[in-house]
Design a protein around this ligand. Sequence first.
Ligand code: PMP
Length: 402
Amino acid sequence: MKSGNHMQLSERVRHMSGADAGAWIPYYRAREMIEAGETVTDLTIGDHDISTSSDILEQMHRSAMGGKTGYTVIPGIRSLRDAVAERIQSRTGVPTTYQNVVITSGGQGALIAAHLALLDAGDRAVYGEPYYPTYPGTISAAGGTPVALPMRPENGFRPHADDLDRVAEGTKTILFNSPNNPTGAVYPLSTLKDIARTAAKHRLWVISDEVYDTQLWQGEHISIRSLPDMAERTFVIGSMSKGYAMTGSRVGWLAGPAARISALEELLTVVNFGIPEFIQEAALYALNQGSALERRIAEPYRLRRQAALDVLAGRNAVRLLPPDGAMYLMLDIRSTGLSGTDFSTRLLDREQIAVMPGESFGRSAAGHIRIAMTTGETSLADALDRIAGFAEALAAQKNERD
Ligand code: PMP
């Protein structure tokens, strides 16, 4: 009998992790410490420190008690698709109807649906790096070949036109995220034009992850779908998770050209067979509260960001690239001579503060750490003060050695 590997899991599952596995060690170590009852300031992942608000949950309950517990239409209930379309149109000016929108299981559901819809086996699929950690795995699960587009700290973690051109050759899709996790970069019009130009030249699909579009601290969030001729080649990833504090509800959307979106129905039939209707009705209720609710959810992060800028001013061992958007701080700790992974591991041991090594988001973020602003201003400021002190001691030791 052939010693074949037909009893193994598929290649796509076995080779999904993508990221530098060692860079996740501090994260898992922090989970173990927390489970063992140790006090850890957990600034690792981007989940809110508040629950979904009670009126949204009451709507969910009313919908469920009112009988919305059965199967539902595959692309999402019409009222929610209408509301999402209206939100997109009012924010971007691009004519958008329910036919441009399908409801998905969070932004992640939209990411996998977009890549499954666009990639054939082996197709090159580019993603901006530093990246949200599911990106390479999403591409390989969809059968594509993930190709990182480096975005360097020297360039404000934005893609450079030359790099874009270099990776675009022979590529099918390009995925990028603005406002960005993990870097906080918000791409200005000039960067979006570079991406649009590259996409047109190389006939690429653009997948624009805009799940942080409510968390904007500086400048303007521009959806690349609103640039000339881009609506025909862009899919936008949206979510209720960050903007409405509904991470656990798993509801989001994919928006794109109507003909392509309607063709997705068969795919979504086999992926989720619809998103729970009581969740969709709760999402609709939340969206109907409009920007007032969005602002209320985003506001604490604005204050925390300011507190971070204040406490880190003049602390030279750590350098903060002030985030223009999203709920994270990217700190450059290269003055300590340590990798982000080593720094994070030692920080956890010595100070019981858990952060993510930059390396867990790809090589371009090496020598950095990412801090989720998921704790109140005072405790965030206290943690940052301790992190800066810790880095200063390490940098001083390094200087003595050098
Ligand atoms: N994209 C980015 C950049 C993210 O940071 C996240 C969540 N952390 C997601 C997509 C997916 O979020 P969700 O599936 O909860 O909408």
